[in-house]
Design a protein around this ligand. Structure first.
Ligand code: AMP
Length: 419
């Protein structure tokens, strides 16, 4: 136990973490360009926020939450996703009083107790955005375009954008009834899960993964058959904006988010490179959610992208990320008399913005040179007592394999100039 991490969690080590830093920097940059401000909410919240905000009949709430009772006998839950917390923060901080819409982004760990496998973890990371206060279809298109833009800048290829509209509380009851009529004769043959969904949430039978349910659901009515005129024109407008910026999509009328507060646009970005067909991101509109969470009726839309799955897809597609480079300078010392001077020089170089390293294991000069090679240092400054007394040091260019004496006072400009 002591030397094994909990199942479904990962250590992100130096060498790998640079990819994460790259993603964080890239998403932050894209958010600045699109006008989204970062929001940081707690990693845990009152359990009720998620039962309400994610929905009692969802897999997340039914079987995946990390819920525990704290020492004050309160039930708290490690956040399984980011939307509910962002909504809570919006309501609690009365952000609806500010000029709307408000556009947020977040990046960080999420927790779901699921069966771990490649691309599915118990602690995983999402980058997500949420926009509150606008029902404009241009916002739907903007968040979708933003997700696609991020994937594109990472270099991911062959992604499929699936798009649907799940209607609104005006058109969905019609669908609910139609679906129940349709599935009634097949009820006994549906999977146990869907038999339960039949009453509670028949829409979700449409996205059941079981082959049997998919077969029975092949000709089932879908949301697109029953969209009310407002939802229909909203959907047409979203598609129009996407067409305008050349984003291709596949209409997928099986893509559902079954809860009442999910409205209109639903989308998912899929790849075939990390399994049969895996989602690397998804989102949609939730015009009823903010009210459900105790706020004023406010439209909202957002998405979340899974960072582990992005990295896995990138790896499968052979995408090369910026790698960490060795230090610009390694200071090798000859004789213990220059240790303090070397330390002073090291500090000086770093303060001048030069990445610098030295030996801390009392190695011989030969071993220090070997170690500098392993660190992939660009230059080695060899500091000996005799040279120091003459006010110089030997600088070895590890790339060119040449070395020369440089005056101590010139070291910084020499490295900056050559490196
Ligand atoms: P969701 O919040 O379920 O819509 O998920 C949004 C994205 O998060 C998915 O498209 C995945 O890329 C990612 N994701 C969800 N669950 C997990 C998990 N258990 N492990 C890794 N990534 C996940």
């Amino acid at each position: 136990m002591l030397t094994t991490r909990p199942r479904g969690t990962n250590d992100i080590l130096p060498g790998e973490v640079e990819k994460w830093q790259f993603l964080q920097q890239l998403t932050g940059q894209v958010c600045r360009e699109y006008g989204y401000g970062e929001i940081r909410t707690p990693i845990f919240e009152h359990t009720e926020l998620f039962t309400r905000g994610v929905g009692e009949t969802t897999d997340i709430v039914e079987k995946e939450m990390y819920t525990f009772t704290d020492r004050g006998d309160r039930s708290v839950t490690l956040r399984p996703e980011g939307t509910a917390s962002t909504v809570r923060a919006y309501v609690e901080n009365k952000l609806h009083a500010l000029p709307q819409p408000l556009k947020f982004y977040y990046i960080g760990p999420m927790f779901r107790y699921d069966r771990p496998q490649a691309g599915r973890y118990r602690q995983f990371h999402q980058f997500g955005v949420e926009v509150f206060g606008s029902n404009d279809p241009a916002i739907d298109a903007e968040v979708i375009a933003m997700a696609m833009d991020i994937y594109q800048r990472i270099g991911l290829k062959k992604l499929e954008l699936h798009l649907n509209s799940v209607g609104c509380p005006a058109c969905r009851p019609v669908l609910r009834q139609k679906l129940q009529e349709y599935f009634k004769p097949h009820l006994e043959n549906l999977c146990p899960n869907c038999q339960g969904r039949y009453e509670r949430n028949p829409l979700r039978i449409l996205d059941c993964k079981s082959e049997k349910c998919q077969e029975f659901g092949k000709d089932a009515p879908t949301t697109l058959d029953v969209l009310c005129p407002d939802c229909s024109s909203h959907f047409e407008a979203v598609k129009g904006y996407l067409d305008e910026v050349g984003i291709s999509y596949t209409i997928n009328n099986r893509l559902v988010r079954g809860l009442d507060y999910y409205t209109r646009t639903a989308f998912e970005i899929m790849t075939r490179d990390i399994g049969a067909q895996s989602s690397i991101g998804g989102g949609g509109r939730y015009n009823g959610l903010i009210e459900e969470c105790g706020g004023p009726a406010t439209p909202g839309i957002g998405f979340a992208l899974g960072l582990e799955r992005i990295l896995l897809t990138a790896e499968r597609q052979g995408i090369v990320f910026p790698v960490s480079r060795g230090p610009q300078v390694f200071i090798a010392t000859v004789g213990s008399g220059v240790a303090r001077k070397a330390f002073g020089l090291l500090q000086n170089l770093r303060q001048q913005g030069i990445t610098a390293e030295q030996d801390y294991l009392d190695r011989s000069l030969k071993a220090q040179m070997k170690y500098a090679g392993k660190l992939a240092a660009r230059f080695v400054i060899i500091l000996g007592e005799e040279e120091f007394d003459r006010g110089v040091a030997v600088v070895r260019d590890m790339q060119a394999g040449e070395q020369q004496e440089v005056a101590l006072g010139e070291l910084v400009s020499f490295i900056k100039h050559k490196g």
